[in-house]
Design a protein. Sequence first.
Length: 284
Amino acid sequence: MLLLLIPVREYIARLAEPRSVADVVLVFFVVYGVLKLLRGTRAAPMAAAIGVFAFLYWLAVYEGLTTLEFVLRGALLYIGVAIIVLFQTEIRQALITFGNRFRVPFTRRPRGQFGQSIYDEIVLAATTLASTKTGALIVIERNVGLKGIVDAGVSLDAELGYDLIVSIFNPASPLHDGAVIVRGDRIAAASCFLPLSVNPLTAKELGTRHRAALGITEDSDAVAIVVSEETGLVSFVRRGRIKRALDATRLRAAIYKEIEGQPAARKPMIDPHSTESAEVEGMT
């Protein structure tokens, strides 16, 4: 009996070592990060299926089920490639998220015409376009560059402003078809065409603009604002997920929370079509 307890005591003693504690903590954070990335995505049921597959293989080995073990062992040769193919979007987003942890924060926030930030310009433009049911798609570039998409569109490199955005998406404008790419405090390009999302879980009622917004946010860390020309609803898209039917307050809060990592501050926000001010609250 004592002989059986010796390995257990040695194992417990090793766990008390600083190296072992650090090892356990690192494994915990890795597993927690992976589970957090998988939660709420199409990868979750796929990961569950792979878990069932692994359990069946263990059961076949443990119970001596030779035929089942032979079949599953052959499938294991391709499981690595299958994981890369099935989870390519989630792997890309995980690497982008990991890389963003080491980015240098901006020390200066560009100011806009009607507010303290260029994001107010975008919010005002989106709500104005929504009031007239004018379709629009605005993409805000972040750390992952969109040079290929910008080069394929119509280069502008113009100062970002509410009036310019509204003018671009005017149905009479030759640039209204496609997306506007915002880079820093400038509009890099207009009439840009984006990759469409191929996620099978995407709602069927979403149109091309919404699918394009989902596609670009799946392939990069950019965020997108969509105005539906059918319903006039404003949507905010990030990491392949969409928030629909947002008003100016919620849209501004979503942009600030995602890009600047903090709620939008309480501040007066001026409507360019009115002399009155409306107070915008941040999302808590």
